[in-house]
Design a protein around this ligand. Structure first.
Ligand code: ADP
Ligand code: MG
Length: 611
């Protein structure tokens, strides 16, 4: 016989430890919670100190509004918060915290001391709680603001302590958490000091309030600002702004991708997918883009109460959000054109340097930088989208474009008369065009550049003439789950726009009757499968279009000038002019650069001239 076990309430401290597991995964989670509390308290300066990878000590001090002495014990209790009052408030949470469980969770698995002095109180107070047990309290001196010290993480739950990584790995996580939060609050000053433990180096990072450019450079990289374009786009209630790295400024890891929704750093598959697609045509295979982007939308349009760590959100209209992000980034990226190099000593003014302006205001009245230099030493400038597709064949190219510049007017692209990519001097080894422009030397990979021009031309043609559909003689039958079939059926208008005509023939069968002409020999079933997966996850798909682009790309590759073909100066100049007018011309279809530029001063440096 099995004994019946009775139901009983857990001791509060056991419940706290269980709950703590969700909030406090590792030291970096504590850093996040404490900094968020400081931000919610309106701090202007937040100082963080770390010892032993955050296991020995996490110390966070702020100059925010503080905690009233009598409230201290409550602040460390679970489900006690000053940020929301009713379930109603959950629909439009404006603060970073609201669940009222961070301090309680942390103090159930570590030794916590909170010292605070509230605005308008005469004296500070402190409270110390070790593993859920209150040890000490009383008056304590403190400036207006709060200090939280967390020591000996998991001292009472050794099993969890074993799951921690090395100090060095924990430090890296803390560093990333700190940086991620700092980017979303440019108007707040931050400092992070990580003391050297065994085998760990001491590190110090301090970020002054209001200095946006400096912060981007310290958090991402020294050249991030010059290697990115600034965007700010709105549509209806949505706004996206921030910096997107130029496609050539890619990284091996996706570790510099900062995305915020209403000021909260999030990881989200809808967002990730939209961004990846925007870079799809221009990113080198297997590499990752770099960006800092802020999406703003009405608080009701997004649910932040999905997960205790609030890393995830849920969008009410995932498809709209996806399309908005994709559209904004795609436009920004495709409007890059080969342009003038940035004078390297010309500082780029981003905004409100040195002023503690609010981040939103600071970005509102900024225009995107006029110029942004390009990763391979060349430069790109954002321009208005061009109309009229570039021609396909090289001969046609010469005819249409050559007269503009052979007249000696330089085509009038530039006031000085010298077009951005200059004029061809010679062909090198049948592969490269050597040209000179106003800045110095330009070298172009003929095949890569021509391939991109033809590809973009074909894409534009497809967009302008619309997709030609081809009826299948025998409809292609696809069997799938009933739920997936429902989804596809609901998306039939969207599929029709993409050139696919479907029709439901049974609970779990769909007949494909027409497909885009370009794809008639391709594997339709697999394409549809991937489209369904997209539509289920993101409400939208670009899979069908992507596959057509793949076909166009291979047509472009075969139709482009091959290496070792002799080109006349006229032809080479025509190619340069076409590049200047082509979307994404700085990168070939596989994300490799099509040209590099070396300024005279860079060339002089090679020869130690003037030194
Ligand atoms: P939440 O942030 O979700 O409200 P926490 O457990 O993180 O929950 O904090 C509980 C409460 O303690 C907060 O609602 C706030 O009133 C107070 N508090 C915590 N940290 C600070 C701080 N640095 N400055 C001022 N008040 C704080
Ligand atoms: Mg909190």
């Amino acid at each position: 016989m099995i004994d019946v076990r009775r139901v009983q309430s857990l001791e509060p401290y056991v419940a706290d430890q269980i709950a703590a597991g969700e909030v406090v995964e590792r030291p970096a989670s504590i850093v996040k919670e404490l900094i968020e509390n400081s931000l919610d308290a309106g701090a202007g300066q937040i100082d963080v100190q770390i010892e032993g990878g955050g296991v020995d000590l996490v110390f966070v001090r702020d100059d925010g509004h503080g905690i009233v002495a009598e409230d201290l014990p409550l602040a460390l209790q679970r489900h006690a918060t000053s940020k929301i009052e009713s379930a109603q408030d959950l629909n439009g949470v404006a603060s970073l915290g609201f669940r009222g469980e961070a301090l309680a969770s942390v103090s159930s698995v570590a030794r916590v001391k909170v010292t605070s002095c509230a605005v308008n109180s005469d004296a500070g107070a402190m409270l110390e709680v070790h593993g859920g047990n209150q040890l000490a309290d009383g008056p304590a001196p403190h400036n207006v603001g709060t200090t939280v010290e967390v020591r000996d993480l998991f001292f009472n739950t050794p099993a969890r302590r074993k799951f921690l990584k090395t100090d060095r790995a924990e430090m890296r996580q803390i560093d990333l958490t700190f940086k991620r939060l700092s980017l979303a609050h440019m108007d707040v000053g931050f400092s992070l000091a990580q003391a050297a433990g065994h085998a760990a180096r001491a590190r110090q990072l301090s970020l002054a309030a209001g200095s946006i450019e400096q912060r981007l450079e310290k958090v991402l990289s020294a050249d991030f600002v010059s290697q990115s374009i600034q965007i700010d786009e709105s549509s209806g209630a949505y706004r996206i702004f921030g910096w997107v790295g130029l496609p050539a400024h890619h990284r091996r890891q996706a570790d510099q991708q900062f995305f915020y929704v209403n000021g909260r750093a999030i990881r989200d598959k809808v967002v990730g997918h939209a961004v990846r697609q925007a870079y799809q045509d221009v990113m080198f295979h297997g590499r990752h883009a770099v960006f800092v982007l802020f999406l703003e939308l009405p608080a009701e349009a997004v649910d932040v109460n999905v997960h205790p760590t609030k890393h995830e959100v849920r969008f009410r209209e995932a498809r709209d959000v996806h399309d908005f992000i994709f559209g904004s980034l795609h436009r920004a990226l495709r409007n890059l054109r080969p342009g003038q190099a940035l004078a390297s000593d010309e500082p780029q003014v981003i905004a409100g340097e040195g002023h503690a302006t609010s981040w939103n205001q600071a970005t509102n009245d900024q225009k995107p930088p006029q110029q942004a230099s390009f990763g391979v030493g060349a430069a790109m400038v954002p321009v208005a989208p061009s109309t009229g597709g570039p021609p396909g064949g090289l001969a046609q190219l010469v005819n249409e474009i050559a007269p503009q510049w052979t007249s000696g007017e330089g085509g009038g692209e530039q006031s000085e008369g010298m077009p951005p990519l200059g004029y061809a001097l010679a062909q090198l080894q049948g592969i490269y065009i050597v040209a000179q422009n106003a800045q110095g030397l330009v070298m172009v990979d003929m095949h890569a550049a021509h391939e991109r021009i033809v590809y973009e031309g074909l894409k534009q043609e497809l967009e302008q003439t619309g997709i030609t559909r081809q009826p299948l003689l025998v409809p292609h039958l696809v069997s799938l789950s009933e739920a997936d079939a429902d989804i596809l059926e609901d998306a039939h208008a969207q599929l029709m726009d993409a050139g696919v005509v479907i029709d439901r023939t049974g609970p779990g069968t769909i007949a494909i009757r027409e497909v885009p002409a370009l794809l008639k020999h391709k594997q339709i079933g697999q394409m549809l499968e991937e489209a369904v997966a997209d539509i289920v996850a993101f409400g939208t798909t670009r899979e069908i279009q992507r596959r057509q682009y793949d076909v166009l790309a291979s047509i472009a590759c075969h139709g482009s000038v091959r290496a070792n073909r002799n080109m006349s100066i006229n032809e080479m100049n025509a190619l340069l002019r076409a590049m200047e007018q082509t979307e994404n011309a700085g990168l070939c279809n596989h994300g490799r650069p099509t040209y590099v530029m070396r300024s005279m001063s860079e060339l002089d440096a090679l020869f130690y001239r003037g030194q």
